[in-house]
Design a protein around this ligand. Structure first.
Ligand SMILES: C[S@@+](CC[C@H](N)C(=O)[O-])C[C@H]1O[C@@H](n2cnc3c(N)ncnc32)[C@H](O)[C@@H]1O
Length: 472
């Protein structure tokens, strides 16, 4: 640092600045902290320490701190310092002297995180700082968490990097030719939430479905509860889609029948464009479609909620010919209607997803379709099927799979820590016994905290994605 200087810029509350290694920084104004757990003091402490290393001084008690995370609180158009704000609420451009993306935030390389970083960068005032955690390359490759190359691929070269013990973060000074707030980046369900949150709250708040909503659905008369449920779905879509993407690549369903992932050009897919130095269509204004293999993969998501995970997966890949979400909730059907309209108004990759995404208003006990598919996913939904139908549901899903197809099941296992749905939850033993009856050719298990595969012997009581491969 080399002494305080007066800035010439008048930008809201911003008046003065300080010259740091990364250039001139403003010293008054709001500080936004995007956090995994906004109530976790240790996480906030780390974020503040990283900010301090980047030349931005603040204390946890500061009035100027705006916490952003998973909350159901409705958000006013203009953020108020001191509030805890939903991660789904778009922030006014250029309003913060600093934004820190917590290294604890559960982020995965892909369009979702790309959009979040752009949103964060756009919130930084000229002269301000954006501090973003990143992972060493080997951790990133194993877990799917953002690497330095990914972050710089989105935001441009960092002005600085800082570290506390083994936690590392990049410092961007957006005014120095960093990220462009105007470039929206690739389409993602997070962008949908940013664009449509107000419209969705207006459309869905106050609608409790007359008390006959399906178990596990999010229909509610309460607007805050609606935002909270949407928050869960949008944030969850990021890691669920990243994990499904990796699982599909690992097992290559459809390859045995000459379709699906077997024909996908891996580097030509979206991740190829995100990779190190890969800023090709993200900054260019226009968005030339990445090269893709023939779209043949057919995916069926049973109890797929508002289809945000399915849509995110389809946006990530580009080789999904059809994605069908089966869910009995009319609210979810209506949400998907909003999502599809948003996709239709987007760039070509989004329009393609809109035309290939379908919603089946049905229970998984009685879906309307019966054609062959390459992947069937059940994410947090099988528990809601009455037990007398569970085996039949699994068998029907299995029968619909193409040779080499994948059945992907994710369930939180029964635990006293869960108050809601405790009675419906599976024990690990019960779930495994029901899945074993299908006699898969292969099995794999994937941690939901990253995109890493783990050996069967290490699963224990962990929450994992369970994958069954149908014999070819
Ligand atoms: C916890 S949500 C999970 C949604 C989505 N799979 C996800 O991961 O975000 C459970 C979903 O199961 C749906 N559901 C409940 N009973 C169902 C049934 N019998 N058949 C299909 N879906 C059902 C609910 O409407 C709800 O959308």
């Amino acid at each position: 640092m080399s002494g305080r200087v007066e800035t010439t810029r008048e930008h809201g509350m911003l008046q003065t600045g300080e010259r740091t290694a990364a250039g001139t920084s403003v010293e008054t104004g709001m500080i936004a902290m995007i956090l995994q757990k906004p109530d976790d003091a240790a996480e906030r402490r780390l974020a503040l320490d990283l900010l301090a290393r980047a030349g931005v001084e603040a204390t946890d008690a500061s009035e100027e701190i705006l916490r952003i995370g998973q909350t159901g609180a409705r958000c006013e158009a203009v953020p108020r310092p001191g509030e805890v704000r939903s991660i789904l609420a778009a922030m006014p451009t250029g309003s913060c002297r600093a934004v820190v993306v917590s290294p604890s935030l559960r982020l995965f390389e892909g369009p979702w995180t790309d959009r979040l970083l752009r949103q964060a960068a756009a919130a930084v005032a000229p002269g301000g700082r954006l501090v973003t955690g990143f992972q060493p390359d080997r951790v990133s490759a194993a877990r799917g968490w953002p690497s330095r190359g990914f972050v710089e691929g989105v935001l441009g070269p960092a002005a600085d990097s800082v570290a506390i013990d083994r936690v590392r973060a990049l410092v961007h000074a957006p005014e120095r030719g960093g990220p462009s707030a105007s470039a929206a980046g690739p389409p993602t369900v997070l962008g949908f939430a940013f664009d449509a949150l107000d419209e969705l709250v207006a459309a869905f708040a106050g609608d409790d479905g007359g008390g006959d909503a399906p178990r596990g659905s999010t229909r509610t008369a309460d607007a805050d509860a609606f935002v909270s449920a949407l928050n869960y779905s949008v944030v969850g879509a990021a890691y669920k889609a990243a994990l499904l993407d990796r699982i599909i690549d690992h097992h290559r369903p459809g390859a045995a029948t000459g379709g699906a992932a077997g024909s996908r050009s891996r580097l030509g897919g979206l991740r190829g464009v995100f990779g190190r130095g890969g800023l090709r269509w993200l900054t260019g204004g226009g968005a030339p479609a990445p090269e893709r293999g023939t779209p043949r993969l057919r995916i069926l998501d049973l109890g797929g909620g508002p289809a945000l995970t399915l849509a995110e997966l389809m946006l990530r890949r580009g080789d999904v010919a059809s994605g069908v979400c089966v869910d009995p909730s009319p609210t979810n059907r209506d949400l998907v209607g909003h999502l599809v309209r948003w996709l239709e108004s987007g760039p070509e990759p989004a329009q393609q997803v809109a035309s290939r995404l379908a919603f089946d208003l049905a229970t998984m006990e009685a879906p309307s379709g019966d054609g062959e598919v390459d992947v069937v996913s059940l994410i947090g939904s099988l528990l809601y099927v009455p037990r007398e139908h569970t085996d039949a549901v699994l068998q029907r899903a299995w029968d619909r799979l193409s040779p080499g197809g994948l059945l992907v099941v994710h369930e939180n296992l029964r635990d006293p820590a869960y108050v809601v749905d405790y009675d419906q939850m599976f024990t690990g033993e019960e779930l495994e016994a029901r899945l074993a009856r299908l006699e898969p050719a292969d099995r794999s298990f994937w941690l939901s905290s990253g995109t890493a595969r783990i050996p069967a012997g290490e699963v224990g009581r962990q929450t994992v994605f369970r994958v069954l491969v149908k014999p070819s």
